[in-house]
Design a protein around this ligand. Sequence first.
Ligand SMILES: NC(=O)c1ccc[n+]([C@@H]2O[C@H](COP(=O)([O-])OP(=O)(O)OC[C@H]3O[C@@H](n4cnc5c(N)ncnc54)[C@H](OP(=O)(O)O)[C@@H]3O)[C@@H](O)[C@H]2O)c1
Length: 373
Amino acid sequence: MKKMSRRNLLKSGTLLGVGAISAGPVAPDMKAVTSARDHQDGSGSSVRTLGSGKNAIEVNYGLGLGCMGMSFNRSYIPERNKSIALIRKAYDMGVNLFDTAEAYGPFTNEELVGEAISPFRKNITLCSKFGFHIQNGKMTGGLNSQPKHIKEVVNQSLTRLKTDHIDLLYQHRVDPNVPMEDVAGTVKDLIAEGKAKHFGLSEAGPASIRKAHAVQPLTALQTEFSLMSREPLQDVIPVCEELGIGFVPYSPLSRAYLTGYINERTVYVATNDNRPTLPRYKPDALKANWKIIDVLTAFGNQREVTAAQVALAWLAAQKPWIVSIPGTTKLAHLQENLWSSDFQFTPEELASFTAEITAIPITGDRYPTPQTK
Ligand SMILES: NC(=O)c1ccc[n+]([C@@H]2O[C@H](COP(=O)([O-])OP(=O)(O)OC[C@H]3O[C@@H](n4cnc5c(N)ncnc54)[C@H](OP(=O)(O)O)[C@@H]3O)[C@@H](O)[C@H]2O)c1
């Protein structure tokens, strides 16, 4: 797995966006790399580790790239070749963790990611997920983590991803109809067969995490976590800490809200966006919660960083084993998000910023029905 930090990227101009996005990947020169963070904390690296021991994965920048929005649920879908080029550009910039799922599309996002990463497949951590019931190519809203089904759909994912293994295979949602021990046992079999390398859960509660981890140690829990959704700090993050499991916040920018990019006037592509169905994205909630954007913007302005960068840096500040996966379709946003790894809160800043944010009540639930089980 390639490791990096950032100074050589700054030197080479890669991260500054010099040159157009190319379809051909150029492996970053990892040798000369030193990051701005190296100077700040002496840690010598902006690499973060998810999971422990032989289940550990190292992640450059401490950030991965969420690929879902390139095909699914985020309104505008760029031309396929543009998204392939963006994923390859991310790799050129040192990104080495890419997140997808069979449910995104469904299927089309895995096909896109599989093609995009094929030239450098061995050098990256490829993450995908199973667990939804998909019928005739359509999401039904139901779940299916029956062992036989998992084995079938993982084979299909491997074909779409053009690979013989998934580095981090997640169960997308806990299936109340299948004992967690059976799910973990099935993933253990897939690991023994070489079809998966590591195991993760998404939106699993403490009891599910413990049951799974006892059968097949987990590398990561992927759950929504952002300044708008801070519940994991109370329940699952302490369990991850106790068991040595990494934590991957999904929707770390609260689906663009924390960037200040969307507001109550935003018009979504109704056929390809789940935000209008989520209580927190109703116009009244967007308006009521704007005080959070004001705090982010004021804090960032005084430190020459953007609201998005503050939001990502706050997540990274919670634990050294947190690796967010912001999604984007734009090189400028990718650069901005990766640069967040160079900003670190001082302990005093973190305390006062967190106090200011937590004093603001959040309007609107994150989903219409509870997700975590
Ligand atoms: N496990 C799960 O159940 C689950 C659920 C949802 C998502 N995920 C994973 O998490 C990843 C990220 O989640 P997400 O897409 O829901 O939310 P997100 O990362 O919080 O937000 C993505 C949105 O923010 C915008 N954005 C990103 N960076 C920006 C910046 N610097 N400035 C302005 N806008 C910016 C993107 O638009 P642009 O394209 O315009 O940048 C996109 O609309 C997904 O790709 C997926 O891999 C997992």
